[in-house]
Design a protein around this ligand. Structure first.
Ligand SMILES: NC(=O)c1ccc[n+]([C@@H]2O[C@H](COP(=O)([O-])OP(=O)(O)OC[C@H]3O[C@@H](n4cnc5c(N)ncnc54)[C@H](O)[C@@H]3O)[C@@H](O)[C@H]2O)c1
Ligand SMILES: O=P([O-])([O-])O[C@@H]1[C@@H](O)[C@H](O)[C@@H](O)[C@H](O)[C@@H]1O
Length: 541
């Protein structure tokens, strides 16, 4: 690859900051903060081209049953489209606690709002967003030997959330200002500053198949597309809604997220939803087992609009995954990982990788929002119980020193609906473990999660990362065409409880590994090695 060249429109300033072009209204999205000086990285007006050597270790077993570890190198070419597009975020369940909260939060940030609270003034921020609120190590200053860390958002030319155009659907026709009041999440002094704008926002009518969510949701359902089961007409209506939203707002692309109620699991039925062809036929025939979320997924796939499932149900039945692969459309899920489970995946990772034998997890919470009301119905709770329970599997299976094959900690999940606490979920967890010489360690946690304020930044991260993935191409040899990543975006796993992965690939739930994958894939796209904590430069001199 030719030595890296900076074009006039993207040149390093005197201080080495790279002032990229295609700036938008938001300062933080104003190109990259840095430039990579490498023969493997080329900056053009429209692209970042990098050659990346991916180093892994292939492990086999020899005749004597001994592992043989062989270092492997694969050279990839990555291409990043540097033009930051105008992006729409369409939420299914826009009138819910998460939908109203994330909408108010983006408006507050866009306008730089400050509001009074009992503890004094508070200013809009994106805390809790890994992309907007965290940093990554770029490298080390050779003079000072100190780490240089940059905002995560600056590693690639990503969209700024302030620039997102927001819309969506809800079975409740309440405008966003009244729905924000219904959610009872935000301070009145903040609501007062955004309610005028939000009162103009009214969710599009949506599809409602009563059997998939709790019966106690029926009283909200006053904003419906006719029809109480799947149909091709429903798919086409949703596709048209997406096209209309894109045209009305002059958007380059749209990302759709499901933040509507948790549905019951759909049965996987041969000749119904097991293949793409059967699923489309089942929808055409109005099969009762096709859920609203799967209809939305199919509509988005056919519209080549990325679709992310923020709830725990099995939206992506095998036929939906196959359809996404056939159409080269991005899908991702499942179930935002906001508070109790995020803590669990970090704590379990720490305990087991410290050689402490976790033997039981009691995971209880109660909450009083509409999500909790929906989950008070057993079939909807079951969807959540699955996503909250499976999050430790990979960490347990990876440690054969502590756990025999098939052995795992006891794990129970309890969720109770207690209206009085509203959106401020109380999570009570007990982690019980065996330690040295028959000892025990008991960790009890009381974790008050303001659920929508924790989930809303994840909705933003999912949109920003998904949109970025639509602008990244890869190939394995210079003769090949660039392609997109696999349709199933497992790179999103850090934000999700039950990560969806390409068929046949393993699920990684360990939080540090998930963040490492996100960080290092984005670094690779600008030709940088994975973050290494070896710091040999501080040890070998
Ligand atoms: N907030 C969190 O911490 C968190 C974390 C993980 C997952 N989740 C999941 O996110 C989802 C939303 O959470 P929430 O607190 O905003 O719930 P919510 O009940 O306040 O909002 C859900 C919204 O979806 C609407 N809806 C239901 N069915 C619909 C359909 N078919 N089409 C369009 N709209 C529909 C409802 O009217 C409601 O306004 C839930 O499934 C929840 O389990 C939330
Ligand atoms: O905090 P977390 O484990 O990510 O998950 C939350 C659950 O604890 C809560 O009971 C449920 O109502 C929310 O939708 C969310 O799933």
């Amino acid at each position: 690859m030719a030595p890296h060249a900076e074009t006039d429109s993207g040149s390093a300033n005197g201080d080495g900051r790279f002032s990229g072009e295609n700036t938008t209204t938001s300062p933080a999205s104003n190109g990259n903060l840095f430039v990579v000086s490498s023969p493997n990285v080329v900056y053009t007006d429209s692209e970042i081209l990098s050659k990346y050597t991916y180093r892994t270790t292939s492990v086999t077993q020899n005749g004597a049953g001994k592992y043989v570890a062989t270092p492997k190198e694969t050279v990839y070419d990555f291409k990043v489209d540097r033009k930051i597009p105008k992006v729409g975020m369409m939420l299914v369940g826009w009138g819910g606690n998460n939908g109203t909260t994330v909408t108010a939060g983006i408006i507050a940030n866009r306008r730089g709002l400050v509001w009074e609270t009992r503890e004094g003034p508070r200013a809009a921020n994106y805390y809790g967003s890994v992309i907007m609120g965290s940093t990554m190590k770029l490298g080390t200053d050779p003079q000072t030997m100190k780490e240089v860390n940059i905002p995560f958002h600056d590693v690639l030319p990503m969209v700024h959330p302030n620039d997102l155009v927001i819309g969506g659907w809800d079975i409740s026709g309440m405008n966003l200002a009244n729905a924000m009041d219904r959610a009872a999440v935000l301070e009145p002094t903040l609501k007062a500053q955004v309610k005028k704008e939000m009162a103009q926002m009214v969710p599009l009518p949506s599809i409602y198949y009563p059997d998939f969510i709790a019966a106690n949701q029926e009283d909200r359902a006053d904003n419906l597309i006719p029809g109480s089961k799947a149909s091709t007409a429903h798919v086409e209506k949703i596709r048209q809604d997406i096209r209309d939203f894109k045209a009305q707002n002059n958007l380059d692309k749209v990302i759709v997220q499901w933040t509507a109620n948790t549905e019951r699991y759909a049965d996987i039925i041969p000749n119904v939803n097991d293949t793409a062809e059967n699923l489309l036929k089942a929808i055409e025939q109005g099969h009762e087992e096709v859920s609203p979320s799967t209809v939305f997924a199919v509509a988005c796939i056919l519209e080549k609009t990325p679709f992310i499932n923020g709830s725990p149900q099995n939206t992506f039945v095998p036929g939906a995954v196959e359809l996404a692969e056939q159409h080269g459309a991005f899908i991702g899920g499942d179930d935002f990982k906001s508070g109790q489970t995020k803590m669990k995946s970090a704590l379990v990772d720490f305990l087991i990788s410290a050689g402490i034998k976790l033997t039981s997890i009691a995971s209880y919470n109660h909450l009083g929002n509409n999500d909790g009301k929906n989950l008070s119905s057993q079939r909807q709770f079951r969807s959540k119980e699955i996503s909250k329970s499976n999050v430790v599997d990979d960490m347990v299976e990876a440690n054969s020193v502590l756990y025999k094959k098939g052995e795992h900690p006891d794990h129970t999940v309890v969720i109770k609906y207690m209206p009085a606490v509203g959106d401020n979920k109380r999570a009570l967890d007990e982690y019980y473990a065996e330690i040295f010489l028959g000892g025990h360690q008991t960790i009890s946690l009381f974790n008050v999660c303001e659920d929508s304020l924790l989930a809303s930044p994840l909705i933003i991260d999912l949109v920003l990362v998904t949109e970025m993935m639509t602008r990244i191409g890869w190939r394995q040899s210079s003769q090949a065409e660039y392609r997109g990543f696999h349709s199933v975006l497992s790179i999103l796993s850090y934000m999700l409880k039950a990560p969806l992965t390409p068929p046949g690939t393993p699920v990684v739930n360990a939080l540090a590994k998930q963040r490492g994958a996100l960080t290092n894939i984005f670094r690779a796209c600008v030709g940088l090695e994975p973050e290494s904590d070896m710091t040999l430069e501080h040890k070998l001199f």
